[in-house]
Design a protein around this ligand. Structure first.
Ligand code: BGC
Length: 770
């Protein structure tokens, strides 16, 4: 394995012209000033004090592993803490910072982090849902609001954005990223970094971003969390690495290693990854932090004892050790024994001090501890209004037979299901700062929305969210899911009785928030059987049923798609979900969300993604099985709902696909345009998507790759022409020598409403091979 790592490290290092390489910027006066300040400070630091800066401890209860930091106060006094996370509020942070700047020899301030993943107290939809808005300005603004609130509460560093591409719905953490697509994921990565960091990190209301999880964490085998990854360079460079790089190019100040191993070497000890690629090839100047106890976990990976793995990790390029304290307890010994060079520690220490300098902490260590801001800027009405708007735009209408939706505000609605009357379940994974106890449930939201116009009948319908053992595991950090201890038949019969009295049934079903996210992998990605039995009983009443689906991952919904008239996927929509769902159900907002992950027909199709390779034996058009072709006996290759898919209460017609010329040379451009008409009766938003296929390449190329998109709004009857500029850049990819090139030849351009339903045209890039 080692030989292999070095082989491809060598390829990466010695190939010239890799476009990942950065151009050197001239040193600015500000940089010189910082340099002088830090040189001066470091000249006074002892080895122990330098090692202390590399130590990150947790100060709160929100932990994601079995180890919890202890004796934090004593350690701060001894200069053994460089950063802390999961400690919030200006008063608590001030207290810790005061110890650091008043009671240590060199008065070095602490950096304070937190997992501010999709909003802070005002919580936005989970990242996978946020991506479905396809609205970069909106996504940036959610990060801006998150930074405003978090910095008002004392924080200056967030462990976000999570940019891991994932194509396996079994992996619970697919909920934390933007989905399966490299291009879209890169755009979102940039937007989030901009939102968090603004244009000046030292401002009181910005915070430093931490890109994670470097790298390839989303490709863990079999979708099992923390599992091994093993990937070709082709896939790595073309599909999985670009979002990390995009976030760093947007200025992200830090990056977090991932738990997984990559081709035999865990990321946290992977020199190729953190030094050769990250520093030398990409020119990253910020600092690298490990994930939670990831240094210690190298022992279980089988790389040696704590001293050995700590040295390995530092030597590979890690600067800061999260929670495990391996750096703190062993690095000095390793220096004495010649296993670690003092220069390595100096370098790590310098990068961490630089981050603190850029955040303005040396100038004012209490810059982010403003009680007044905490009172006025957190959960501001305009933040909540925005959260409601964002949530409505993240919902994806998967099916709407006979215009079952929008609902009319008359008659009787039966709101049934174990997820109908829980507020705490709404915000989803990583909502550690959300006020869960005061988050409204869908039942409350519906009641507020309809007032006395509609009678709402509510029943739980299911005595558990999933079978008992499952429920126990998935709700370990329980989120207030109501239970009913009576026999299942009784609970269902009660719900059926209510359904029969209603004009329409709204079934609030799916996953509880703890069924996705970290350490929440599933091999069965259907709605849990116990809830399906309820759904079947509700459908048998003959009443129209609307499935309001809560989920943190793509689910396999084949049966539902065939039997339920309307399905609105609401993911986990954040603080304002309870208001946002009725907005869409009653047509105050017309849904416009589009999937950023493929929904499979069944779990056996995974990993399933639109940008797959053609293979040497693709299926003939229009067929779903053919012997000796690449397919299955029992299910077609088609997704249930493709990437980019999502319905509206109106309809859009695409016509007139035009390209400005049939061929072009490097330096020139082609304009591809299409006309979109709102052919329905109400105003709506549509995400127009551009895909390109490289028909002939020196290596195999995906059947389609997203290269552009535009979200437009059209009034009934209105038409718009949307144009995309295609240059050589859009055609480039990493070839087998890892050169980023556009190869002359034929291409197809596809424009449409999703990755499946497209119009197409052909063009050529003309140029001789050199
Ligand atoms: C997760 C990270 C997170 C860290 C700190 C880990 O378990 O993998 O995403 O930032 O905990 O809370």
């Amino acid at each position: 394995m080692k030989t292999r790592i070095y082989t491809w490290a060598a390829i990466a290092l010695f190939s010239t012209n890799i476009s990942f390489a950065q151009t050197k910027k001239p040193v600015s006066t500000a940089d010189k000033k910082m340099d002088t300040f830090i040189k001066n400070l470091m000249s006074k630091m002892t080895l122990d004090e330098k090692i202390g800066q590399l130590n990150l401890l947790t100060g709160g209860e929100a932990t994601t592993g079995s180890v919890v930091s202890t004796d934090v106060e004593t350690k701060i006094k001894k200069g053994q803490v460089g950063g802390m996370f999961s400690l919030t509020t200006p008063s608590r942070i001030r207290k810790a910072q005061e110890i650091a700047v008043n009671q240590t020899r060199l008065k070095i301030p602490i950096i304070f982090g937190q997992d501010v993943i999709h909003g802070y107290k005002t919580t936005f939809p989970i990242p996978l849902a946020l991506a479905c808005t396809w609205d970069m300005a909106m996504i940036e603004k959610t990060a801006r609001i998150a930074a405003t609130e978090a910095s008002a509460d004392g924080l200056n560093w967030t462990f976000s954005p999570m940019v891991d591409i994932s194509r396996d719905a079994r992996w619970g953490r697919i909920s934390e990223g933007s989905g399966e697509d490299t291009f879209l994921g890169s755009e979102i990565a940039k937007a989030m970094v901009k939102g968090y960091q603004g244009d000046d990190l030292a401002k009181y209301n910005t915070m430093m971003a931490c890109v994670k999880h470097f790298a390839l964490y989303g490709a863990s085998e079999a979708g099992r969390d923390y599992n091994t990854t093993d990937m070709s360079l082709d896939r790595m460079y073309n599909e999985y690495l670009p979002p990390y790089k995009a976030a760093l190019d947007a200025g992200a100040g830090s990056i977090m290693t991932s738990f997984n191993d990559i081709n035999g070497v865990p990321a946290t000890a992977n020199k190729w990854l953190m030094t050769d690629l990250l520093r030398k090839e990409w020119g990253f100047k910020g600092f690298v932090v490990t994930d939670y106890t990831a240094v210690n976990e190298l022992i279980d990976h089988g790389l040696g004892d704590l001293q050995t793995v700590s040295a390995l990790s530092l030597n590979a390029g890690v600067d800061m050790d999260m929670v495990g304290e391996g750096f703190l307890t062993t690095l000095k010994k390793s220096v004495q024994e010649g296993k670690v060079k003092i220069e390595k520690i100096d370098q790590a220490c310098r990068l961490i001090l630089e981050a603190k300098y850029k955040l303005g902490l040396f100038e004012d260590p209490f810059r982010y501890c403003n009680e007044e801001r905490a009172k006025t800027e957190i959960l501001k009405p305009e933040h909540l209004d925005y959260a409601r708007k964002v949530a409505t735009e993240s919902f994806v209408l998967l099916k709407n037979e006979n215009n079952t939706l929008p609902l009319k505000k008359t008659g009787t609605i039966a709101l049934i299901g174990p997820l109908a009357n829980t507020g705490a379940n709404m915000p989803g994974t990583w909502s550690v700062n959300s006020d869960l106890a005061n988050t409204k449930s869908l039942l409350e939201g519906m009641q507020t929305a309809v007032g006395s116009d509609v009678k709402i009948l509510h029943g739980l319908g299911s005595n558990l969210i999933a079978d008992a053992k499952y429920q126990e595991r998935a709700t370990m950090f329980a989120r207030d899911i109501p239970r009913d201890n009576r026999p299942e038949e009784v609970v269902i019969a009660e719900a059926v009785k209510l359904a029969k009295q209603a004009d329409v049934v709204v079934a609030a079903l799916g996953e509880s928030s703890e069924m996705s996210g970290e350490a929440s992998s599933r091999t069965d990605i259907e709605i849990p059987a116990i809830q399906k039995r309820l759904l079947q009983a509700l459908l048998k009443t003959g009443k129209p049923v609307v499935l309001v689906l809560f989920t943190g991952r793509p689910l396999a919904l084949k049966w539902e798609s065939e039997n339920v008239p309307a399905i609105l996927n609401v993911w986990f929509g954040g603080t304002e979900t309870a208001n946002a769902i009725p907005d869409v159900l009653f047509g105050v907002v017309n849904p416009s969300g589009k999937l950023t992950t493929t929904f499979p027909q069944n779990v056996g199709q995974l990993p399933l993604y639109y940008a797959h390779k053609n293979t040497g034996r693709p299926l003939e058009e229009g067929k779903w099985f053919s012997k000796f072709r690449s397919n299955y006996l029992d299910v077609s290759n088609d997704p249930l709902y493709p990437f980019g898919y999502g319905l509206s209460y109106t309809t859009f017609a695409y016509s007139n696909l035009k390209i400005s010329k049939n061929s072009f040379k490097p330096g020139e451009a082609i304009i591809a345009s299409v006309e979109i008409k709102n052919t329905g009766a109400i105003e709506g938003k549509e995400v127009v998507q551009l895909y390109i296929q490289d028909l002939v390449g020196s290596s195999t190329r995906p059947v389609k790759e997203l290269k552009g998109f535009e979200k437009i709004s059209l009034k009934p009857g209105e038409s718009k022409t949307v144009s995309f500029k295609i240059t050589e850049e859009e055609l480039k990819f990493y070839n087998t020598a890892l050169k980023f090139v556009a190869e002359p030849g034929d291409f197809k351009v596809y424009i449409g409403a999703n990755s499946r339903d497209v119009m197409e045209a052909k063009f050529a890039l003309t140029r001789k091979f050199k």
